[in-house]
Design a protein around this ligand. Structure first.
Ligand SMILES: O=c1ccn([C@@H]2O[C@H](COP(=O)(O)O)[C@@H](O)[C@H]2O)c(=O)[nH]1
Length: 281
């Protein structure tokens, strides 16, 4: 998928919602536990109930790896289901990988080629040669952790270096890497006050924004400072949507939550289009 296609999909659905598929067997409805593959059945029900409201899905691989072979198999079934039923939807393997070059190449093969996700999250700490193997995969995106939503982000990412805060070095330096056009960045919704600075460095890139909902980030603030001419945001909510209910009607409850977010996004998109048309931004 290209960013132009993603942008078109955002305008068509009036949504830049990414739904996080972080499946925890302790939290899913009891009745699913009797099925052969509870994780996949849960994901399938959530996808069926929300696919017209979301432009992206993001399984966090930790929630699948934790269940061993069964978990990995459920992940594979989930991405296959998405790719077959909804090829227009952008998929993100939230795996946070990155290692020496030949190892990164294997991670890239696993997530972008074999599992065929559209993108994978990658940690920047090991530098250029740890990220370029991901960037080398054509028509796929590498989503680099730049300024994360957690409290620990202040331990390193906002520390001052000679070039400014470390996250800025990550943004600037990564733009010099080969195939940097295939980069997107993770910027946490809980760090809304940093979005203007981020946009100064990467005005055109898509940002994956986790941290609304359960972590308390504000969608309005993120949009105010982070939106660009092509919207440029994928705002993720995981627990806030998928665990909105845990009875037989869990999928409808998830839909209701996703609908509320999509409606808010719809208003923001329409407002931004109006401002653009009137040239009052
Ligand atoms: O900075 C980051 C990077 C990744 N995440 C991941 O996003 C989801 C958030 O889940 P919620 O339930 O909506 O809080 C989860 O998979 C995280 O590992 C993040 O939160 N912050």
């Amino acid at each position: 998928m290209t960013t132009e296609q993603l942008h078109a999909e955002i305008l068509r659905k009036k949504s830049f919602l990414c739904i996080g598929l972080d499946v925890d067997l302790d939290k899913i409805p009891q009745h699913l536990l009797d099925t052969e593959d509870p994780i996949f059945e849960f994901n399938k029900a959530i996808i069926d109930a929300t696919h017209d409201l979301a432009v992206a899905y993001k399984p966090n691989t930790a929630f699948y790896e934790a269940y061993g072979l069964k978990g990995w198999h459920a992940l594979e079934k989930t991405i296959n289901y998405l790719n077959q039923r909804h090829p227009e939807i952008f998929t993100i393997a939230d795996a946070k990988r990155g290692d020496i070059g030949n190892t990164s190449a294997m991670y890239a093969k696993a997530f972008l080629e074999d599992l065929a996700f559209d993108s994978v999250t990658v940690a920047p700490y090991m530098g250029r040669d740890s990220v370029e193997p991901f960037l080398a995969v054509k028509n796929k995106f590498t989503i680099l952790l730049a300024l994360t939503s957690n409290g620990g982000a202040y331990d390193f990412q906002t520390q001052k270096t000679d070039e400014g805060e470390l996250y800025k070095t990550v943004l600037k330096t990564s733009r010099t890497w080969q195939n940097s056009g295939n980069l997107m960045y993770v910027i946490g919704a809980t760090k809304a006050e940093y979005f203007s600075e981020v946009r100064r460095i990467v005005p055109d890139s898509f940002l994956l924004v986790p941290g609304v909902g359960a972590q308390g980030g504000s969608l309005k603030e993120v949009c105010r400072y982070g939106m660009n001419d092509i919207i440029g945001l994928l705002v993720n909510s995981s627990r806030g949507i998928i665990y909105a209910g845990n009875g037989e009607d869990f999928a409808e409850m998830a839909r209701a939550e996703a609908y509320t977010m999509q409606q808010e996004m719809c208003e923001i998109i329409i407002d931004s289009q109006l401002s653009k048309a009137l040239d009052i931004r």
